[in-house]
Design a protein around this ligand. Sequence first.
Ligand code: MG
Length: 256
Amino acid sequence: MFLLKKKTDLVNMRKAGKIVADVLSLMRELIKPGVDTYTLDKKAEELIRKEKAKPAFKGYRVPGIPRPFPGTLCVSINDEVVHGMPSKDRILEEGDIVSIDVGSFYGGYYGDAACTYPVGEISKEKAELIYVTREALNKAIEVAVPGNTVGDIGYAVETFVKKWGFGIVREYAGHGIGKKLHEPPQIPNYGSPGTGVTLKEGMAIAIEPMVMLGGEKVRTLPDMWTVVTADGSDAAHFEKSVFITEDGPEILTPWE
Ligand code: MG
C-alpha cells in the first residue's frame, strides 16, 4: 500500500524538493565543455550539506550490487540512460547531452528530480530528444490528479513519445516518495488509461520519463550501475516529485 502524506509531512518534503531543484539550477550554470563529472558531484554535495540535508543516493544499496552508489549525483552522458557514476576521468565535451539525477534527504523526507542538459551546441536530434522527454514529463504531470490512475500517467508519456518515434525505457519507472526514496506505487512510462492504482489527494510521486532516440532496450555496464541504451543511441531523463491535490499537482522539486 502507498502512504498518504499529511500537511505536516509536506513542510519537509517541500524543503527536500527545493534543495534538489536548487542543485539542478546550479548544474545548469556549471555544465559546459571541459568540466569533469566529479567536480559537478562535489558542488552538488556541498550545496546539499550546506542546507543541512544529506545526499540521498550516496551510499545507496541495491540488492545484488556489491558496492553502494558512490556519488551524490547520477551523471549519465549520451547513451547512458541512468545511474552513471561521477568520475574525474569523465570530461564533458561540446555536443554531449548529460542527465543529472539528484536526491536529497531532509528532516526525514526525500526529494528526487532529474534533468538532461546540453553541453555547448548539440545536434538537432539531441535537442529534439531533450524537448520530447521534458514535454512528456509535463504531459504526465497534467494528468496527475485525484481520480486518474497510474495508467493515465504512463499513457500520457507513451502516446507523446511514440508520436515522435522515440523509444521509452520500460525497465525503470517512477515511484512514490516520502519517508523512503522509493515507495509504492511504481509509475511506469507506459500504460493504458484507467488502469492501475487510482491517484488520491495526499500521494507524493516521482514521475520520470526516460526516452531514447533508438530502440527500447537497455543494458547495464560491468560496473553494475550504469544503464546504457543497447543500440548506443542517446537517451534523456527528466523527473519531478509531485504532490497530488484536489487543486491540481503541486511540484515539490520546482526546477525550470
Ligand atoms: Mg526517481
